[in-house]
Design a protein around this ligand. Structure first.
Ligand code: UTP
Length: 292
């Protein structure tokens, strides 16, 4: 069985739900405490053994490419000023030369279309997709948990998270046929089912391991919800021929694609930050008191 070595990070969306913050700054570059959101996701991929990351970018997303490039003048300046600690951190976060690719999605036609844009670089091997506006806080990287399962099951794997039954009508929900611990075999996915008729309370969470046959399906995929080419529609078709599993991963996810989710991410990552945690707690407590 081929290992999962490549990951796609689609970053070409317009981020309209977090406007006006994203008018000029890509939403994936919005800071969560002291780093842009996308850095957490790149770290998650690396911790899962991913060797090559394909960013699917679009107009106005140049800052992402620059962020993962060497900043000579800045580094020279830090060196001269003896700011070694931050210099080391910048260098540690820099991907190895040749281990990233950037392809352009010329128009934001949907997540499925963005994934399809990476087909030539992925080639004929299994790959991961990580939605970079979803941050996952976990002891073991969520994608690493998925890769561990994949190495036993093969097929396709989707990360899921248990949510309260009254929230199922806000998310994509899986329809499981059997369960083995935290791993479910799936037969379908349903977008925003009615409360009471949902097949489960397991929400699809923005991490996928997929087989390359998905590209052939995406090529001919008709537009779906919102007039966009949807990844879930192509996955639903592929489910008729291939095994799909869902992993209830250990961790917590934050959807930074909406304002409240982004705020939650900042609060959680600030409180668990080794440098700022204690003071952040005080900041939040003071803010609560001052705004009663
Ligand atoms: P979202 O639907 O959350 O992102 O897609 P969006 O379109 O930027 O959000 P809103 O609704 O306008 O606020 C999930 C991920 O897929 C990427 C986005 O950048 C995001 O990381 N995406 C989405 C693309 O790369 N291309 C697309 O055409 C759509």
């Amino acid at each position: 069985m081929q290992k999962v070595k490549k990951a796609i990070l689609p970053v070409a969306g317009l981020g309209t739900r977090v406007l006006p913050a994203t008018k000029v700054i890509p939403k994936e570059m919005l800071p969560v405490v002291d780093r842009p959101a996308i850095e957490y996701v790149v770290d998650e991929a690396r911790a899962a053994g991913i060797e090559h990351i394909v960013f699917v970018t679009g107009r106005g997303k140049g800052a992402i490419e620059d962020h993962f490039d060497q900043a000579y003048e800045l580094e020279e300046n830090l060196q001269q000023k003896g700011k070694q600690q931050i210099l080391d951190e910048l260098q540690r976060n820099l991907p190895k030369a040749g281990s990233t690719s950037f392809v352009r999605q010329q128009a934001p036609l949907g997540l499925g279309h963005a994934v399809w844009c990476a087909r030539d670089i992925i080639g004929d091997e299994p790959f991961a997709v990580l939605l970079p506006d979803v941050l996952i806080k976990a002891k073991t990287s969520c994608l690493a948990q998925m890769v561990e399962v994949y190495d036993k099951t093969g097929g396709n794997i989707i990360a899921v998270d248990e949510i309260p039954a009254e929230d199922v009508n806000k998310y994509g929900i899986i329809d499981p046929v059997s369960q083995d611990g935290d791993i479910y075999k799936m037969r379908a996915m349903i977008e925003k089912p009615d409360i009471g008729s949902a097949p489960s309370n397991l929400k699809i969470t923005g991490r996928y391991i997929l087989q390359p046959e998905i590209f052939g399906l995406l090529e001919n995929q008709a537009t779906g919800a919102g007039g966009e080419i949807q990844l879930t529609d192509a996955m639903a078709t592929m489910m008729q021929d291939q095994e799909f599993y869902a992993l209830k991963y250990q961790g917590v996810d934050f959807d930074c694609g909406n304002k409240l989710g982004y705020l939650r991410a900042i609060a959680h990552f600030a409180l668990s930050n080794s440098e700022l945690g204690n003071e952040a707690r005080k900041v939040f407590e003071d803010a609560l008191q001052e705004n009663q």
